[in-house]
Design a protein around this ligand. Structure first.
Ligand code: FAD
Ligand code: FO1
Length: 446
């Protein structure tokens, strides 16, 4: 049974008979998907057909060919996997607030289920659709192990405060998933296959950020990446994860971002592994703190979303002289005076995934070289969401807010520009890892 704490009734609606529809958005997978499991539970109780629908929005903020190509290959795999369970899949093009209510009416859907996502664009989609429904509309948190709304009723101050709440609740929520069954009530209408081959050309996403040849999209590849990490790199994660010269991170973020892997699955696999505390701290505490931030702080991508102490200290230092200042285009080309920063920017542009440790340094330097916190925030978000395959994610908005605006961090010694927001510098990196080796490695790959 899907736990009640995962389910939010967005609209009660009137009951009528008819199929159940899962509007898949964030959780683009068949296995380990609480939203899909809830939709099937409801369809079995009602003894009606079940279908899954993905709404392909042409203008997802910041998305380029890189992200759409990866995502659509994963969604195509979803269609193939669903067929094995007798569950049809539909892909609607256009804005969901238009296309979805029409589909619900045409097919006489009796219950609409969708997955939880704290981002603004998704809130507006859900609100827009809810306004035009007369049937029940349920939202299921299939991303957080402890459902976001249940873990805490407010924005958490730091990892420490949410960690206390999560660790109390994890024993109740970190368990094996229920299983999908072959759906016994067949879909009563003809199903046109999705025209996968010409979708991308019709979507015509920004091709200046090309696909990434080095990473295979989809649920199967996600599970292989997880298994490899657990087998070969979980053990050394605590020591290796912050060294850009070691392959110490899991590589899971693109799969988690597009919902091709359930964080709960990764946690279950790690918990059975070796030394997992450091990994679970990132995978559970840090990630679920990001959803908490974006859900309860609607201005998660604005300076107004920073804590009061930060806004005060940054205001005090607005007028400080900047030793360096770069236009966004110069930064985008990785042409600052700082070879380490340039290498990190190039790693992101070329491979779609900057090393986690360098993301902090990268964003803090943008803060140091921008004319204002507002400009720094906008530039970091623009570059992050344009080039990171795992971009356009609550983890990114929280990570950038931490770097630029001290969100989830504490006050540090006061200094120019940053005020009491934590500062990071080149010398600090030199102490942490072999900086020339990293710079040379990226230079050799260009
Ligand atoms: P691992 O170290 O293997 O971590 C495993 C998982 O734990 C990650 O996939 C992620 O879900 C979670 N995690 C790890 N570190 C963090 C963190 N600091 N905050 C939240 N969750 C974390 N992450 C994104 O998914 N998308 C982004 O756009 C993004 N932008 C960032 C920007 C900045 C300025 C900063 C400081 C961090 C950003 N992060 C972002 C968080 C983190 O850097 C990435 O999640 C991580 O590097 C992804 O690689 P991995 O999965 O191999 O990491
Ligand atoms: N979700 C959708 O439901 N429809 C889309 O067309 C869509 C496009 C998209 C493009 C890039 C990207 O990074 C994410 C995209 N998402 C889309 C959202 C994604 O599924 C995640 O839910 C959020 O980005 C993470 O919160």
């Amino acid at each position: 049974m899907v736990k009640r704490e995962r389910i939010t009734v967005l609209t009660a609606g009137e009951n009528r008979s008819g199929p159940v529809l899962y509007w898949m958005s964030r959780e683009q997978r068949v296995a380990d998907n609480w939203a899909l499991l809830h939709a099937q539970e409801e369809a079995l109780v009602r003894q009606v057909p079940l279908a899954v629908l993905f709404s392909l929005a042409p203008s997802f903020p910041g998305a380029t060919l890189r992200s759409y190509a990866f995502m659509l290959k994963g969604v195509e795999e979803v269609e193939r996997r669903l067929a094995q369970w007798g569950i049809p899949f539909f892909l609607l093009e256009g804005e969901p607030t238009e296309t979805l209510p029409r589909f619900v009416e045409e097919k006489g859907i009796s219950l609409l289920v969708t997955d939880f996502d704290p981002l603004r664009v998704k809130r507006s989609w859900r609100e827009g659709v809810a306004l035009r429904l007369t049937i029940p509309f349920h939202e299921v948190d299939a991303h957080n192990i402890v459902p976001c709304r249940h873990a805490s009723p407010k924005p958490e101050y730091s990892a420490a405060t949410i960690r206390r709440k999560l660790s109390r609740l994890l024993p109740e929520f970190l368990h094996e998933f229920d299983h999908l069954v072959a759906h016994p009530f067949p879909w009563p209408y003809p199903v046109q296959p999705v025209p996968w081959s010409d979708l991308l050309s019709r979507l015509s996403p920004d091709r200046s950020v090309p696909e990434l040849p080095g990473i295979v999209p989809g649920e199967a590849a996600a599970h292989e990446t997880l298994a490899l990490f657990i087998r070969e790199r979980l053990e050394g994660y605590a020591t290796n994860r912050n060294d850009p010269n070691r392959n110490g991170q899991s590589g899971l973020s693109p799969y988690l971002h597009f919902g091709q892997l359930a964080p709960q699955r990764a946690a279950l696999a790690a918990a059975a592994g070796g030394e997992q505390e450091a990994f679970l701290e990132e995978l559970i505490v840090r990630r679920e703190l990001s959803d908490n931030f974006c859900w309860y702080q609607e201005r998660y991508d604005q300076v107004e979303g920073f804590p009061d102490w930060v806004r005060k200290t940054l205001d005090k230092h607005r007028g400080d002289p900047r030793e360096y200042g770069y236009a966004r285009e110069v930064l985008e080309r990785g042409e600052s005076h700082d070879p380490l920063w340039n290498a990190a920017q190039k790693e992101m542009v070329l491979f779609g995934k900057m090393h986690g440790y360098l993301r902090m340094y990268w964003a803090k330097k943008i803060m140091e070289w921008s004319g204002s916190p507002e400009e720094a925030l906008a530039t970091a978000i623009y570059l992050n969401d344009r080039y990171e395959l795992d971009g356009r994610d609550p983890n990114g908005y929280a990570g950038i807010a931490w770097s630029v605006g001290g969100v989830h961090d504490r006050p540090w010694g006061e200094r120019p520009i940053f005020g009491m927001v934590r500062y990071m510098n080149y010398k600090g990196c030199l102490r942490k890892f072999d900086v020339p080796a990293y710079i040379n490695r990226i230079a050799a790959l260009e």
